[in-house]
Design a protein around this ligand. Structure first.
Ligand SMILES: Nc1ncnc2c1ncn2[C@@H]1O[C@H](COP(=O)(O)OP(=O)(O)OP(=O)(O)O)[C@@H](O)[C@H]1O
Length: 254
């Protein structure tokens, strides 16, 4: 197996608080890996370190063997390390079709010219349509993002991340805040993501974690507490203990 993303003794301090404590994790190519942990465990901080939103106090991050620890967000994204991001403010006035056309066009270095009937517009529109189909957005493609159901907005976040052609996709709580009736579409879309895209999922929803991931890393107090297959994590009494009786891994069966 090839390691795509790896951290070496990664540490982040905020004053006296150690939010990420000496974390060394490996993500293999094609993995479906989940990052879980109780509130305040350091999940968001770790993701922000991986994407470059935060800079590490010490330690190293490698993407496909290349040291990216000091690279800015956009340079890591260009190398294929992409996260879902909150669209609510960014693209509120645009339709999914327009936002995706812009995202694809930006990736191709063509800026906003895609909105004019010029050049490779046809190819961009084809890719746009394919992404909307993949992410269940065709039925809302011409509606303003601001008025879309929340589940569709989260799907658009995934589609926009896919438009960047990620090699590693960091999915940040894709069903957080989504009403029950809209979750299935997201679970299906996430479940059908292309196999060649490596995925690290941060999630509180254990149904999604156990149905989607094949490897789980548990963070506690900023440190990597335990890592293993779904079955190993589900039966590990230490994991149950750190969640202090929350209904976390009870529902999982081999
Ligand atoms: N910018 C910051 N300044 C100071 N402390 C911070 C900052 N960001 C995070 N922390 C602290 O770092 C610790 C880890 O926070 P983080 O948000 O990474 O945890 P989390 O696992 O994502 O939590 P949750 O599941 O609640 O989102 C917490 O104690 C938090 O208060």
């Amino acid at each position: 197996m090839t390691t795509v993303l790896q951290t070496f003794n990664l540490t982040k301090r905020f004053g006296g608080l150690v939010a990420t404590n000496d974390v060394s994790i490996k993500v293999e190519r094609g993995a479906r890996q989940a990052l879980i942990g109780p509130n305040g465990a350091g999940k968001t901080t770790l993701i922000n370190l991986l994407t470059g939103v935060l800079s590490a106090t010490s330690g190293r991050i490698e993407l496909e063997g290349e040291d990216v620890t000091r690279l800015p967000v956009h340079a890591r994204a260009r190398r294929g390390l992409v996260r879902t991001f909150q669209i609510n403010q960014l693209f509120a006035e645009m339709t999914p079709a327009e936002s995706l056309a812009v995202a694809i066009s930006e990736r191709e270095g063509k800026g906003w010219r895609c909105l004019r009937p010029l050049g490779k517009r046809g190819e961009i529109m084809d890719e746009c349509a394919a992404l909307m189909e993949q992410c269940n957005l065709l039925d809302v493609k011409d509606r303003k993002t601001a008025v879309l159901p929340y589940g569709k907005q989260r799907l658009l976040e995934i589609a926009l991340a896919l438009a960047a052609k990620p090699r590693v996709l960091l999915l940040d709580e894709p069903v957080a805040g989504v009403p029950d009736g809209e979750r299935r579409e997201i679970l299906n879309t996430v479940g059908a993501l292309p196999e060649d895209v490596t995925i690290l999922l941060i999630e509180h929803d254990m149904d999604l974690v156990f149905s989607f991931a094949n490897r789980i890393s548990v963070l506690v107090n900023g440190g990597l507490f335990v890592e293993g297959t779904n079955a190993e994590i589900a039966r590990d009494p230490r994991v149950k203990a750190v969640y202090l009786g929350e209904e976390v891994v009870e529902g999982y069966h081999d």
